[in-house]
Design a protein around this ligand. Structure first.
Ligand SMILES: C[S@@+](CC[C@H](N)C(=O)[O-])C[C@H]1O[C@@H](n2cnc3c(N)ncnc32)[C@H](O)[C@@H]1O
Length: 470
């Protein structure tokens, strides 16, 4: 928690503008004009406006825009990438490359963030009109006060937040060490100090705004996958039901790839332009983007496949002597096929999302609770993994398996220190924006568990009704 506290404030660079999303400078350049001046295309009915409750700014149609229209097109030199066509091959660039080598692949946003910081520190950066339009702060958990990190109440997310905070603090030290004796001309940040707060700002700017798109062609004809910041396009807010999409268009062979936003359907006057950022869990939306989506259909909760816990859950569900802790040899073999047993097994399983119960967990429950080797061997793993395949090992095994999951849900809910009703009450008090996000997040997690329980209980009822039908 202390680590996160130390990242609570980013470098105070400017005074905040009177909008819900203060920008790096109070009156930045007109982004639409800049894109047009640089040879980009912007639809005449597009404007930047307040994006709705707590969305910050967004893009809005000032008149109806027909389906299929090009709305924005950026020529190749406008997106900000780690390797840009217009990067100078100088000492500062080589120092940046060296620093980037210390960033783990999973924190790719920090790598592009280094480039963003370099451009932010440059006096005459080509991208300054874009950078000055970026938000001054990001409501992501690495900047939450310690109390609100605790308020998230969900261990897998707390783990990720702490990991990112630890990385930023370590990286700050590494940067100081590596740049100690660098000549001012070779300094990647124009001889300016970069601390963990500035690194956190850059990492969050990238994680909340960058898109991974096709890069230039490799010699074998395939294209690399390159994260890039897309000025103006990144003013679009998110929806799982978007009205626009990003397409890449090759012009003149390989030399110029346009990145475009095209209307996926008619966009009515005053409608916001919305893109789908991806089918992501609520953990990623909060960690990378700093917002919480109500009833996210792609959210799930993580559990550990733990034999003792499963025995306890099964007994609570009415199974007389479950053998998760002592599976027979044939059951153990199936568990290793499911990667739930043996060296390097992956014991992280999930509930929720499209699958409702992760296939590997469902198959393990069915197999262990069945105890009938012949019956199990009549099915392939695909069938055992699927909730859509109803009761492959008989109704009584299926009921035991589903009830065990319901009991697991009860146990998981018990790990949260507060109940949904208490959280909802707290949300109605005058809480800070970060407390509000933490409360919304944990309400969503708990609601997801309740929804899984409700769905599975319904399935159990239907199965029992079928069993007792004449
Ligand atoms: C790519 S930027 C979009 C432009 C941004 N609203 C701005 O003011 O610059 C992504 C950020 O917009 C906000 N945002 C986008 N979609 C949202 C949504 N559906 N709900 C809440 N906030 C959203 C979040 O702060 C997110 O990190």
């Amino acid at each position: 928690m202390l680590m996160a506290n130390s990242l609570t404030h980013i470098r105070p660079l400017t005074c905040a503008a009177a909008t819900s999303a203060p920008r790096l400078v109070p009156q930045p350049r007109d982004l639409i004009k800049w894109v047009k001046t640089e040879g980009g295309f912007v639809h005449k009915y597009l404007k930047i406006a307040q994006g709705g409750d707590s969305f910050g700014l967004g893009l809005v149609a000032s008149e109806d825009i027909p389906k299929g229209s090009d709305i924005i097109a950026l020529p190749q030199h406008i997106p900000l990438k780690f390797w840009s066509e217009n990067s100078l091959d100088d000492g500062a660039h080589s120092s940046l490359i060296k620093l980037a080598q210390h960033v783990p692949e999973e924190l790719w946003a920090m790598k592009l963030g280094l480039k963003l910081l370099q451009e932010r520190a440059k006096k005459d950066s080509f991208w300054w009109p874009y950078i000055s339009n970026l938000p001054e702060t990001y409501p992501v958990p690495i900047f939450f006060p310690g109390e609100d990190i605790k308020n998230l109440q969900y261990a897998p997310l707390l783990y990720q937040v702490n990991k990112r905070c630890r990385f930023l603090l370590e990286f700050e030290k590494l940067l100081k060490h590596e740049l100690e004796n660098v000549k001012p001309d070779d300094h990647p940040f124009g001889d300016q100090d970069v601390d963990s707060s500035a690194l956190g700002w850059a990492m969050s700017a990238v994680s909340s705004r960058a898109f991974r798109l096709y890069g230039s062609k490799r010699p074998d004809g395939t294209r690399s996958n390159v994260p890039m910041m897309l000025p103006l396009i990144d003013m679009c807010n998110h929806s799982f039901d978007p009205n626009a999409e990003i397409v890449q268009e090759e012009k003149n062979g390989n030399s110029n790839i346009l990145v475009k936003v095209v209307a996926g359907r008619e966009i009515k006057q005053n409608d916001p332009l919305l893109l789908n950022y991806g089918c992501l869990s609520s953990d990623l939306f909060l960690l990378d983007y700093g917002f919480v989506i109500q009833s996210n259909p792609y959210d799930c909760i993580e559990l550990r496949y733990d034999a003792a816990l499963l025995d306890a859950a099964s007994m609570a569900a009415g199974v007389s002597s479950p053998n998760f802790s002592s599976p027979s040899l044939w059951q153990q073999q199936i568990l290793s096929h499911l990667n739930l047993d043996g060296q390097n097994s992956d014991l992280k399983v999930t509930l929720g999302g499209r699958e409702l119960v992760e296939g590997r967990l469902l198959a393990a429950l069915r197999v262990i609770l069945s105890n009938d080797e012949d019956a199990v061997k009549q099915h392939n793993l695909e069938a055992l993994n699927s909730l859509a395949v109803e009761a492959p090992l008989g109704i009584s095994t299926e009921v035991s398996a589903l009830r065990t999951v319901v009991a697991l849900c009860v146990i998981a809910l018990g790990h949260f220190p507060t109940k949904i009703m208490e959280d909802e009450w707290l949300l109605k008090q005058n809480v800070s924006p970060t407390t509000e996000l933490a409360l919304q997040f944990r309400i969503q997690k708990k609601s997801l568990i309740v929804d899984v329980m409700r769905d599975l209980s319904k399935r159990v009822k239907l199965l029992l009704a079928k069993e007792s039908a004449p």
